[in-house]
Design a protein around this ligand. Structure first.
Ligand SMILES: *[C@@H]1O[C@H](CO)[C@@H](O)[C@H](O)[C@H]1NC(C)=O
Ligand SMILES: *[C@@H]1O[C@H](CO)[C@@H](O)[C@H](O)[C@H]1NC(C)=O
Length: 401
């Protein structure tokens, strides 16, 4: 096994740094170029975009300065990080699929901006136990170091792991406390999580979600009378021919009750979630549906035109920078198949933001409206002028242009 401390040849380092730098420049260029146009006009013409990127990249190549700067920076990178991210020689030489004789393993570009966290994250004994550092890992990831670098160690695991309940009992049972490593969370068992909406002051993401006998019990089960913002799953599925919604994604899906309900209808849903002060991913997995540990910033790991449905409740809202949201909506559009549904469930914003920013932004993506309900959000007081949008959008069958 290769030692993590073996010094890399200088040429390898330089090559790696040059690549790192070109990527940085390109990204910087893209973000500065499009930030302004996006906030004024949501649809920068793609053709112009490509035309302007190409010359800018070729023009900017003061290579000597670049390499030496980057080399200095790189010498401070954790050795195990350099081992993972350095170009790796393919054993059988040039591979036509990669169009190269090397592989360059990916990590999030911002990883190297957070040297201290990265150093701590990548400090471990190779082939040993990883530190019990879930909080550190998630912090790094949420800062933009996504995907995190792979590590060559074994993750912390519960001392006496309890295997999950069998399906279908697992769907609505609280899993054993012994299926979770609790270090990262305020609560140290499920009872505490179930009771925290009563016992704990302050905000927590999805604070009442772990109580499967509480609000989760009725979510999406029926369309509630009243403001019309709560669509039921059956009312949504009724929009399409029976059986044609089969696979999909729930973005920021809490404890995956949406996926569990869809599974009752033979629909497979993957639920993305972070572990924000709660073992969301372990809980989702223990229920017997699939968790996916990616943030809302990461490109969705699905191919174009493949999913039947994408759902998201509460998460996609005005806390997300508008430019990021613009990219995100296009990514959802990309992964949905023609005729696929985007259920934007309780998107929220404040007062004029809706008419001024979000309605034009959502309209600009190219979805067709199937349902569109706007209502007041009153839970924090009328004077805040908060609004909800629940929308069911369909990717048109004919959508190439
Ligand atoms: C890696 O660790 C395992 C478990 O501790 C051990 O059995 C194995 O010999 C180690 N392998 C190497 C190459 O050190
Ligand atoms: C789900 O699939 C099973 C097995 O194919 C079938 O028996 C059942 O009726 C289906 N349920 C629904 C709601 O379609």
């Amino acid at each position: 096994m290769e030692s993590p401390h073996k010094p890399k040849p200088l040429s390898t380092n330089l090559f790696f740094l040059f690549l790192l730098l070109s990527t940085n420049l390109l990204t910087l260029f893209i973000s500065t170029t499009f930030y302004s146009s996006c906030s004024l006009n949501f649809a920068p013409p793609a053709a112009t975009a490509t035309a302007t990127i190409a010359p800018a990249v070729t023009n900017s190549a003061p290579e000597e300065v670049i390499v030496s700067d980057e080399y200095r920076a790189s010498s401070e990178l954790p050795p195990e990080f350099v081992v993972f991210t350095s170009p790796q020689q393919l054993p059988f030489g040039v591979n036509s699929n990669f169009n190269s004789d090397k592989l360059i393993p990916p990590v999030g570009r911002p990883c190297t901006l957070f040297r201290d966290e990265l150093r701590r994250y990548m400090s471990y004994e190779v082939n040993g136990s990883c530190p019990d550092d879930e909080l550190l890992a998630q912090k790094l990831l949420l800062k933009g170091c996504e995907p995190l670098p792979r590590r060559r160690c074994r993750p912390a695991a519960p001392l006496a792991y309890a295997e999950p309940y069998p399906i279908p009992v697992s769907f609505w049972s609280t899993p054993s406390d012994s299926s979770v490593v609790w270090t990262a969370y305020t609560c140290k068992n499920y009872e505490c999580l179930i009771n925290r909406k009563r016992n704990q002051k302050g905000f927590d993401d999805c604070k009442d979600c772990f109580d499967l006998q509480g609000v989760e019990k009725t979510r999406w089960a029926t369309s509630h009378a009243g403001d019309g913002l709560d669509f039921s799953i059956d009312e949504v599925l009724a929009v399409k021919k029976p059986g044609t919604i089969r696979i999909g994604l729930d973005i920021g899906g809490g404890v995956a009750t949406f996926a569990v309900r869809m599974r009752d209808r033979n629909i497979t849903i993957i639920t993305t979630s972070m572990n924000l002060n709660g073992p969301f991913n372990s809980f989702i997995a223990a229920r017997g549906v699939l968790p996916l540990y990616i943030s809302i910033s990461q490109r969705l790991p699905f191919f174009d035109n493949t999913l039947d449905i994408v759902h998201s409740m509460h998460v996609l809202s005005n806390w997300i920078p508008t430019t990021l949201l613009h990219f995100l909506f296009f990514d959802i559009y990309r992964v949905l198949r023609p005729g696929g549904l985007f259920w934007l469930d309780h998107f929220f914003c404040v007062g004029d933001q809706f008419k001024d920013v979000y309605e034009p932004l959502i309209n600009s993506i190219g979805f067709e409206r199937v349902k569109w309900v706007v209502g007041r959000k009153l839970d924090r007081g009328e004077e805040l002028r908060e609004m909800y949008l629940s929308a069911l959008l369909e990717k048109p069958l004919k959508n190439s242009w």
